[in-house]
Design a protein around this ligand. Sequence first.
Ligand code: FES
Ligand SMILES: [Fe+2]
Length: 398
Amino acid sequence: MDKASKTLKISDILDIEKIKTVNHSIQKAHGLPNECYTKSEYLNFEKEKIFCDNWTVIGTASSIPDIGDAKIYSLLGIPIIIIRDKSNNIKVFHNVCSHRGVRLVNESCKLKNIIRCPYHSWTYDFSGKLIATPHIGGMNIHEAKGFDREKSNLKEIRSHVWMDLIFININKNAKSFDQSIKSLNDRWSKFISEEDKKLVRHAKDFGYFNMEVNTNWKLAIENFCESYHLPWVHPELNKVSNIKDHYHIEDSFGTYSGQGSYKYVQQFYHNKKFATFPNWPSNLTNNAEYVSLFPNVMLGIHIDHFYAFWLEPLDNNKTREHFEMYYVGSESAESDDFKEMREKNFKFWQNVMNEDIFAIESMQRGRSSPVYNGGNFSPIMDTPTLMFHRWVANSLTK
Ligand code: FES
Ligand SMILES: [Fe+2]
């Protein structure tokens, strides 16, 4: 972040009083103002205060399974590279060469031992250490007096893998990941133990899709926070998990919100059912929970599968949504016996996510209306949504 934008305040970009109305009682509160969905200066500010200051999801560890696998990513223009290193750990770096600043790796690939810059061949190892600087001191002289290689290592980004999801905190200023996730971990400890989490496997097939939607990323999160729209937008889902069987979820620490259902049933099976989490209590078999973990990932947990729907913001009005499906253990996730069931389950959720597109794109269009003022909330049905608005507002103004 350059100095000028560091000193920029949210009040330089939009009317702070409008944002603060989210902190009124829900009966009096209005949502975030339109500019938070439409204005590019605002998006730049949000990039810092929301995405770089917090733990943001940028991909999955299982998508780079082998040592040397590398994936590139752009967080609103910030070039990033994710690597599986020689110790089988995920490392995340700023994807920029320390020499003349070219983007170091230009496409996702398999690296052999090193990362070599395509411009002048400066070379880094998988820990980011600069290990070769050919001809830096003139022809055939590979070192230069006064040049300290140590200072030109790649810049690592703070990262953490949780439930296969790779989280990063670019500005290095968030609480530790363990502290940040503690509240959700504690909540879900009633369903799954730490050992159970190790059983989670990405589906070998019918496990991933992405889609580009014409909406601001926040509207996807907001839509996921509530079950209010179920009967009208998801008639099929509403048959198996009716609106009246849902409850709100609001984290007392304000790190996530969403909804839960008391009526989840394992609806797809032939001779056998998907494996279930071993420690999931028998009296909670039909519980499922859907939470938006702020800022950018929506999670669904059930006794026999878990999904993550994470958001790649592209512009004010453009977002790529990535859907990742997981099962309990490799048999359910990988064996051919479960393939048909995986397909059905995947299509079921894909259909649900597709049904939401109209709502989130249409809300974006509505935010160009000069008479919309952030809207009003249902005091009963919209409390999880307001929690997200407050989290955004407080992140911007703190
Ligand atoms: S820019 Fe990378 S080696 Fe010159
Ligand atoms: Fe929905």
